[in-house]
Design a protein. Structure first.
Length: 966
């Protein structure tokens, strides 16, 4: 014990272990089913001719220890599989001989003994269950096999199958009711940047499902994980080492009941490369504007002094914009998807192996609705004196969306004698969303005329990732393990030529008009964001042996270091189209025709009665900023067995973070003089402790209890003090450079039971207490309604989760091919309302509570799966159901109740059938219930729809080919 304690102390302080070599050796490895590639769980591994043996664990791993130097024969056995006998295994003192086995296949002898190369299986249900059971943290996940069953096309659709996980807007993940600020997403354990300047998370719809092995969600913190998550740490794991030569190809088409072949599909003029997710220059800012240092301002110059050069410059600039305002109605084809993957493994004489895998995926989907509604409502008067809300906007809503997503990946792995692996991966994901929207109805200032607004947008997103890493086991150094990874990822988001046009129509007089006094001027926006993330980390694990009551126990000491840096640049340019003595007649093409643009007078300037449409630079320099963050982290962690089946995991992580922000706005610098130059606005050193107890009374049962402290940092957008507007008629959003980080104390309990290697029953409870949480709040002092971000005093969140995966064969043998799966979460949250905002609320609603639920938090979520799989027939069927409870989508001002996204039950069915060797067909129906999307306000028993539309049902048919050679 004294020697062990000395070694532990030395490792934690110096990370330089001191130990003596043992006089015995060991045999360890993994046993898998040679046909299914699943790990053999609870199989027997016995030294032939003796009674000495062990059982494989949930991952198929085993270890025979304390063996004298010599030659051995071991036997693998498992019910239903042929025994495997491996002879002439050489054991050397102080070394571990690796012996892996595929049951039913011949072994391959390596230098240190007999072994079969068997990679860890990570893409099956059983593999994910094994990871859950072995993890020192509370972990949930979804495998590639499960994703295929549900028919999900990308990571965003797949991750909502995980207990306690919901997805907002089809891409943003909420874990245990906590949104983007409290979640962290990595790719193979490395940082990746987000693509939305207003969010602090990665858009999950960027990752096609055919590139994935699994998605893991860590719900508790351990020191080897990043400290900046509270809800969940999400790791997207891509395909890795292939087992042999493999080829996958698939193609599918789907019919959407609202969009496909609909001649009224709303769209816009497009470029030739839109289908690839890139703008071909059709929407580029004209060179005459981009290359100019300034745009002449007609209103700020006396017409008599507006010289010919300036006049001609304004004429040229105005005319350089393409007349692409008019929206289009046209039919669109089937949704379609294609994917292809190929991989192989090459073995060399020096007992090394090279694995290469490549994959491509392309998806294009169309969605459309034309019977939607959009509204804005307000409490006018005191809460107790009125019974209805006042309508500020009541619009019909038509919207067409064209989504393109493609991804490509190459992963190369090189393994030396099963103890050293090097990995290099490059991935690019590209998406483009073309959104065309038209709204028409009444506005509060004049309900006798139609308010009309249209927007046309092409949002282009790209993410490129390079990763280099290694895993090393040093057998002669007491099996020390070293994992390292270096990664660079760059994301871009381009929003070229977002066009916004608002007008009025008086039906009584058949008159159109533009009303800049109350509506936004017709405008074109050009937004660009780029972000780069560097991350480097190294983890060292030292396994030790501890004797307790003559029982050999394993101790693991872990320590590591990480550095991450990210930088972002954001710029928004806006050009408004003013008019002088020009009428609008409802025809956008005519209004922006060359003949309607402002022209230079004969005298070289402008006459006092000059007419025409002209541009003005509406740029707000506050909408340009650069930001950067640098993080250094180190940790030490101990996994210590206290008694049989009871393990302690404890340690701490230290993180130092510096955040810088540079703004180019005089207005901002006047309000926040501390931002002059590139000034640190966050500078924190945090110690994050963690403690957990894992008790395993039997091999099939596990109890977990955990405490940890984590944090949440404000995003660049939340810190940047510029104003951004929702072009479709929302409120303004303003950042706050005085935000502080949030500190969270977390407590978790979990019980897990694994009846078999494919079944699970679990119950979890959790509690979180937040100090200085960041909330979206209204600024009551602003002249116009304005949302900002503030730290409030505290918040809390508590909940329970239940999960079940069970084969129905226990009811009757006839049901052996049926399996059910379900998970349900119930969550309660409460946050303090900002004092200024509460005062504004109580001015209209004196009895309003001082707390509310956390923004975006659903009180419940439910996922259910009924699966039928008949291998002899080559037939599988799956029924998938999903629903989550109402959640705040918009925080209202004054006494007006908040807006909630209402539950939207989803039911999907998919069938697959093998039709020939390697070929299968798949039929799927998604959104069978055709549940509408609905955001609404409840006030005194009445429901007011803020947004309502029906997305339609998708029916798809596809074919898949798979070839695999071992």
């Amino acid at each position: 014990m004294k020697k062990t304690a000395t070694t532990v102390f030395s490792f934690l302080l110096l990370l330089v272990p001191f130990f003596s070599f043992a006089q015995t050796g060991s045999i360890s490895g993994t046993a898998i089913d040679g046909e299914t590639k699943e790990p053999i769980m609870f199989g027997n591994v016995v030294i032939d001719g003796t009674g000495q043996g062990v059982s494989t664990d949930m991952e198929g791993k085993y270890k025979l220890e304390g063996l004298k130097a010599g030659t051995y024969t071991i036997k693998f056995s498992y019910l239903g599989l042929k025994d495997k006998l491996i002879e002439n295994i050489e054991v050397k003192a102080g070394e571990t001989t690796i012996v892996d086995a595929k049951m039913g296949e011949d072994p391959v002898v390596l230098e240190l003994g007999a072994t079969v190369s068997a990679e860890r299986i990570t893409n099956t249900e059983t593999a994910v269950l094994t990871l859950k059971k072995e993890s020192t943290a509370v972990l949930d996940g979804v495998s590639a096999t499960e994703i295929a069953k549900s028919g999900d096309s990308d990571a965003a659709a797949a991750i909502k199958r995980i207990s306690g996980v919901t997805v907002e807007g089809g891409k943003y993940v909420y874990v245990r009711g906590l949104g983007d600020r409290y979640s962290k997403t990595t790719l193979n354990g490395a940082d990746i940047p987000g693509l939305d300047p207003n969010k602090n998370t990665v858009q999950m719809d960027l990752f096609p499902s055919n590139l994935l092995d699994n998605i893991l969600v860590y719900k508790t913190f351990t020191p080897n994980l990043p400290g900046d998550f509270t809800g969940g740490y999400i790791d997207i794991v891509t395909k890795n080492f292939p087992s042999g030569f493999t080829v996958d190809a698939s193609a599918s088409m789907s019919y959407n009941t609202q969009a496909t072949f609909n001649p009224n599909f709303l769209t816009q003029q497009k470029g030739t490369s839109d289908w690839l997710g890139f703008d071909d220059g059709t929407r580029a800012l004209p060179a005459a504007v981009a290359n100019s240092t300034a745009i002449p301002n007609l209103q700020n110059n006396n017409n008599a002094n507006f010289n010919a050069e300036e006049a001609q410059k304004l004429v040229d600039m105005t005319g350089s914009f393409k007349n692409t305002w008019q929206q289009i109605r046209q039919s669109v084809p089937f949704n379609h998807n294609f994917s292809f993957g190929i991989g192989d493994r090459f073995k060399f004489k020096n007992q090394s192996e090279l694995g290469i895998i490549g994959a491509l995926s392309y998806t294009r989907n169309y969605s459309f609705y034309e019977d939607g509604t959009y509204g804005m409502y307000q409490l006018t008067g005191l809460y107790d004196d009125v019974n209805t809300l006042t309508s500020n906007l009541a619009l019909s809503d038509t919207k067409g969306v064209d989504d393109v997503l493609w991804g490509g990946m190459v992963n190369i792995a090189y393994k030396i004698k099963a103890t050293h692996t090097f990995n290099f991966m490059v991935m690019h994901n590209q998406s483009a969303t073309t959104t065309t929207r038209y709204l028409e109805g009444t506005k509060d200032d004049d309900k006798d005329e139609l308010f009309q607004t249209q927007s046309s947008r092409f949002l282009q997103r790209g993410l490129t990732t390079f990763q280099l890493g290694g895993k090393h086991t040093f057998l002669k150094l007491k099996n020390i393990e070293v994992h390292w990874k270096s990664s660079y990822a760059r994301s871009t988001q381009k929003d070229p030529d977002l066009r916004y046009f608002t007008s009025r129509y008086d039906a009584d007089y058949d008159i159109y008009r533009i009303k800049p006094s109350s509506d936004r001027t017709p405008s074109r926006f050009y937004r660009n964001m780029a972000q780069g993330n560097w991350s480097n980390k190294i983890d060292v694990t030292l396994p030790l042996i501890h004797w307790s009551n003559n029982v050999k126990e394993k101790i693991k000491l872990k320590a590591g270091f990480a550095h991450a840096a990210k930088d972002r640049s954001f710029q928004e340019n806006r050009y408004s189209f003013e008019n002088q003595q020009i009428n609008y007649n409802g025809d956008l093409n005519a209004y922006f025709a060359p003949s309607n643009l402002i022209a230079m007078a004969q005298d070289g300037g402008y006459a006092n009665d000059a007419q025409g449409v002209y541009i003005e630079n509406a740029l707000d320099s506050a909408n340009i900023y650069d930001a950067s963050q640098s993080l250094y982290a180190g940790y030490a962690m101990l996994e210590l067995p206290l008694m049989s089946g009871l393990n302690l995991v404890t340690g701490a992580r230290i993180e130092y973070t510096s955040v810088r922000l540079k703004t180019y706005s005089y207005k901002v610098l006047t309000a926040y003089p501390e931002l002059d130059g590139k000034q640190n606005i966050l500078n924190n050193l945090d110690v994050l402790p963690a403690l957990s107890l894992n008790y395993e009374p039997t091999q099939k049962m596990k109890l977990r209890a955990a405490y940890s402290r984590t944090l949440a940092r404000p995003s660049f957008r939340e810190l940047a003090p510029f104003t951004s507007f929702d072009v479709e008629g929302g409120y303004a959003f303003v950042g706050n450079p005085n935000l502080e980080r949030t500190i969270t104390d977390n407590a978790d309990l979990r019980w897990e039971f694994y009846p078999t290697n494919k079944e699970l029953i679990s119950v979890s409870a959790f509690y979180k207490n937040f100090t200085n949480p960041i909330e979206r709040t209204f600024n009551p002092k602003a002249l116009n309604p304005e949302l900002t971000y503030r730290n409030v005093d505290n918040a809390l969140l508590a909940g329970v989760e239940l999960e079940l995966r069970k084969n129905l064969g226990f009811i009757s043998p006839a049901l052996n091919n049926l399996q059910i799966g379900a998970n349900v979460s119930y969550i309660y949250s409460q946050t303090t309302i900002d004092a200024q905002e509460l005062a504004a609320i109580r001015a209209e609603y004196p009895d309003a509570p001082s707390t509310r639920e956390m923004y975006g938090q659903s009180p419940y979520s439910l996922n259910a799966l009924l699966s039928y799989n008949n291998d002899s027939l080559g037939f599988a069927a799956n029924v998938v159901f999903n629903v989550s409870g109402p959640k705040i989508s918009f925080i209202s001002t004054g006494g007006t109740p908040n807006t909630y996204v209402q539950p939207r039950p989803s039911l999907n069915i998919n069938l697959s059938k093998k039709i020939a060797k390697g070929f299968s067909i798949k039929f799927a129906v998604n959104n069978i219930l055709m549940s509408p999307y609905r955001e609404s306000i409840e006030f005194k028993g009445q429901t007011y729809d803020v947004s309502y539309y029906e997305p339609g049902m998708n029916v798809s048919l596809g074919i898949k080919y798979n070839f695999e050679k071992q």
